[in-house]
Design a binder for this molecule. Structure first.
Ligand SMILES: Cc1cc2nc3c(=O)[nH]c(=O)nc-3n(C[C@H](O)[C@H](O)[C@H](O)COP(=O)(O)OP(=O)(O)OC[C@H]3O[C@@H](n4cnc5c(N)ncnc54)[C@H](O)[C@@H]3O)c2cc1C
Length: 839
């Protein structure tokens, strides 16, 4: 083994599937002086990769995870370590069959084919040892595969070593990571120190310990996933390969069964969550097998054996078949189930490639290496950006409670609107008590409790009877209420008050502030004080890094207001672009300010009752902000709208929020003011106006021209993504953002169905729509448009289909529904002239 170099361009910690992949891809991208360390021996140093079941199911409801998995499959194939065996997710319940129909839609949206729904008899033909009487159907993916992840890792490592770029040192433990002034400086190990300014933590379940060494956080917890191997199985006696039958996922039992040579592996996500502290993981010397193969706790598997017996009695019920191997294997769980990727917000040069499975390992590795090299990966990884968490989401208690709750959902039926039950009530706005009195139904956003609708608005259903659709199918109506649509209509008729405190708010201040915001924002920020700028923020390649608003409060103060979910990543992006000379800083104000939204035709009447300031259209035009005195408080008031009506965002320090709310409420009631939830703000109001949302319509894989947001001239000043953006403006877009309406909701069973988002948009006869960049059309957002009386869908369509009046279809739960393109581009379907917001 090589001696430890004294310095390195980059140190990769970990030689599991992820660390090996990162080292290989960095070398492919031209990095040299890469040092890879592992505390264990090679090729199996004792991490989770060494005992993985190594199978890959490509279809996931997440586009990002599916893309990473497909890229990994491609890489495993190229390495020659992949065996396609097929896989079947079986259903024991009708509810699961519905979920499998939903999987068909995801497969079509993300282009994973072929897949099919199969009957119990067809499953029996593929898996003859199954008892088909306990199941009612299944979802067959012939592309399901098994890989040799240790071999893949070895080949990737060896490739990088052969190129001369990589030095691998095994049996060496990292004991400290040095950081000064928020930057990585060194790595200390049991064999000496290495000077370096870049470290990649690919240390699996140990990653939190490594991050902590440098003063950063990788919020994951090691968790047990039980797996046993039984055999020898008489039916597999003559097995010639490790895998000859499709892998079965018994979804309703939260288990899987796969042939492994002459044995059968049975794994479970059904047992009680068993979480460990990373510091408690035994050393290699202390472990009977390996540190991540902990002693099997048999009691936790009793029920699973019964389920396995039901499904595969021929094998599991055969008394000659014994248990060969049984472990409490360790894997990583995160608070939201997604990986932890990218540079840590606390320490520059410290990268995380953690909470990654074998199935997406090489794809993640390529993405992280590209991100380190070019500033962005080809596959958009923003949903997994480690910078996404607020401090309160990184505590051990939060990570553990969400991991425990999420564990049994591994094979669960998770509704797109599903809310977490644990670790709630962490962030409460100053309006919370009032909202509770109004029977708000709270959803969580970035740790905040936000009203999604108000049960006290039920009487509005009667007022708007005939204009508010009920949803007949339980799935469509879950985490939803018709009250949202009634609140919407009351806002359009009168006015509504919203709690927008979940916004992430930060100031960029100092003599270098203008240069900073100019560099980050696409739109011109050198505007008079008092202007509000709504702007895309681009990646170097011209995709969306974010979209947000900036208020110029004075010459050297720019207040950035952005969505809660992505706010911390946005703040890091601005901080990353501060001038080296220290002439500007970023100040987080999220927990210092709260926001009330007031919109509707009566908004001006209400606000003028609270303030003597001139808030007429001339005195306070659209896209302006200024401090006014209202209700005796100094209120930063910004005239913009995300719901398409006249009104303002009202900002006050958090301790004055309750007073502001009460004042607006009392003044507004005689005008018919109602409280409205995020169901209106984020969905119905937004969709009627065709406003795009980051993480839905806007992400790194679509550009400003495609999104229909390239209005105005491009500013002369340089900004991230400018070159790419200019190029995109010169050519025709490969896709055009459109608003579609659903023409007929009736399913074959006669029940009206309402799409929720992410469904494939297809031709009337079911063919997928593919744009010139190979991207399929799918629903980016879906929801009611109560003022226009239609269910609205947004989708990028290839230009030849992006024509108003074009008839297409959307697939939902394995049925096809006719839709029409109502708008191609950014003109709103409601109030296309924008007279309301500018009145
Ligand atoms: C029973 C079981 C079955 C599974 N089956 C599948 C499956 O079928 N499909 C799938 O996709 N996923 C599966 N997984 C998940 C998968 O195994 C892991 O997610 C994946 O292997 C993690 O890879 P990694 O490279 O991040 O971590 P690891 O493989 O754990 O590698 C991390 C490395 O970091 C090293 N390290 C840690 N600390 C230090 C230090 N201080 N100094 C030096 N080195 C250090 C460790 O020695 C280790 O080698 C399974 C998990 C379990 C538990």
């Amino acid at each position: 083994m090589s001696p430890l170099p004294g310095s390195a361009r980059v140190v990769v910690v970990g030689a599991g599937i992820v660390g090996n992949g990162v080292a290989c891809h960095l070398a492919r991208l031209g990095w040299t002086d890469i040092v890879q360390l592992d505390k264990g021996p090679l090729p199996n140093p004792g991490g989770s990769t060494g005992h993985a079941s190594n199978f890959i199911y490509p279809v996931d409801h997440s586009r990002e995870m599916t893309a990473l998995t497909l890229d990994s499959v491609r890489q495993y194939k190229e390495l020659g370590v992949l065996t396609e065996c097929g896989g079947i997710e079986v259903a024991r319940t009708e509810e699961r069959m519905e979920e499998l129909r939903r999987r068909m839609a995801s497969a079509k949206s993300w282009g994973v084919e072929p897949v099919s729904l199969v009957t119990p008899a067809e499953i029996k033909e593929l898996v003859p040892f199954i008892d088909e009487s306990v199941i009612i159907g299944g979802f067959h993916s012939p592309g399901v595969a098994v890989v040799d992840s240790l071999r893949a890792g070895t080949l990737m490592r060896e490739e990088a070593q052969a190129s001369g770029a990589l030095t691998v040192v095994a049996n060496v433990e990292v004991t400290a990571i040095g950081a000064e002034r928020g930057r990585v400086t060194s790595v200390s190990t049991t064999a000496g120190d290495i000077e370096t300014d870049t470290v990649v933590i690919a240390a699996g379940v140990w990653s939190p310990l490594l991050a902590r060494m440098a003063g950063a956080s990788i919020p994951l917890t090691p968790a047990v996933h039980q797996m046993i191997d039984i055999g020898p199985v008489p039916r597999f006696e003559n097995a010639k390969a490790a895998i000859e039958y499709p892998i079965v996922r018994d979804m309703d039992a939260n288990m899987y069964e796969r042939q492994d040579g002459r044995g059968l592996e049975v794994g479970s996500y059904a047992h009680r969550p068993i979480l460990h502290d990373p510091a408690e993981i035994p050393s290699i010397e202390e472990s009977a097998l390996s540190p991540t193969e902990m002693p099997f706790t048999e009691d936790d598997f009793v029920e699973q054996m019964e389920h396995a017996l039901e499904l595969m009695p021929e094998i599991v019920g055969d008394e000659s078949v014994g248990v060969k191997y049984a472990i409490n294997g360790l894997l990583s769980l995160t608070p939201d189930g997604l990986p932890l990727l990218g540079e840590t917000p606390e320490v520059r040069g410290l990268w995380s490639a953690a909470a990654v499975w074998v199935k997406e390992g090489p794809g993640v590795a390529r993405g992280v290496a590209e991100w380190m090299t070019h500033g962005e990966p080809e596959i958009d990884l923003q949903a997994s950006d480690i910078a996404r968490f607020y401090p309160c989401q990184k505590t051990v208690a939060h990570v553990r409670s969400r991991a425990a709750e999420g564990f049994n959902k591994t094979y669960g039926i998770v509704h797109p609107g599903e809310q977490w039950e644990t670790s709630r009530g962490i962030r409460l706005s100053p309006f919370h008590a009032r909202e509770r009195e109004l029977d708000a139904v709270f959803f969580e956003a970035a740790g905040w409790e936000r009203p999604h609708w108000y049960a006290s608005n039920e009487p509005l259903l009667e007022e708007y009877d005939g204009r508010v659709n009920r949803r007949e199918a339980e799935w469509d109506a879950r985490w939803w209420s018709p009250i949202i649509n009634a609140e919407h209509l009351a806002m359009r008729d009168r006015a509504a008050i919203f709690d927008l405190t979940a916004f992430c708010i930060f100031d960029v201040i100092g003599p270098g502030a203008l240069a900073t915001v100019q560099r980050v924002a696409m739109r011109q920020c050198d505007v008079p004080v008092g202007r509000v700028i709504y702007t895309p923020v681009l990646t170097p390649r011209g995709g969306f890094r974010s979209d947000l608003t900036i208020m110029r409060l004075d010459h050297e103060t720019f207040r950035v207001v952005t969505g809660g979910a992505h706010g911390m990543a946005d703040m890091k992006w601005f901080a990353d672009h501060l001038p080296e000379d220290g002439t500007a800083q970023v100040h987080d104000l999220t927990s210092a300010w709260c926001t009330v939204g007031l919109w509707g035709p009566r908004a001006r009447d209400i606000l003028s009752g609270l303030s003597s300031a001139d808030i007429s259209n001339e005195g306070f035009p659209f896209a302006r902000c200024r401090e006014i005195e209202a209700a005796g408080l100094p209120v930063l008031t910004s005239r913009i709208s995300y719901v398409g009506d006249l009104g303002w965002e009202l900002y006050v320090p958090i301790e004055q929020g309750a007073r502001l709310w009460d004042a607006v409420w009392e003044e507004g009631r005689p005008h018919g003011l109602i409280p409205a939830g995020i169901g209106v703000y984020g969905t119905t109001g937004r969709l009627e106006k065709g406003y795009r949302a980051f993480g839905f319509e806007l992400d790194g894989e679509y550009d400003v021209v495609e999104a229909g947001m390239a209005w105005g001239k491009v500013k002369d000043e340089d900004f991230v993504g400018r070159e790419a953006h200019l190029r995109q403006r010169e050519s025709d877009p490969a896709a055009v953002m459109c608003t579609l309406t659903v023409d007929d909701h009736t399913s074959m069973s006669g029940v009206a169905r309402y799409m929720l988002g992410r469904e494939p948009v297809v031709t009337p006869d079911g063919a997928p729509l593919l744009d010139a960049k190979g991207r399929r059309s799918f629903v980016t957002s879906a929801g009611a448009g109560p003022s226009v009386g239609k269910h609205l869908l947004m989708a990028y369509l290839p230009p030849e289909h992006a024509r108003e009046g074009e008839r297409l279809a959307v697939e939902y739960m394995h049925e096809r529904y006719p839709v029409t393109v109502a708008v191609a581009g950014s003109t709103p379907i409601f109030d296309p002239e924008n007279t309301r917001i500018r009145s």
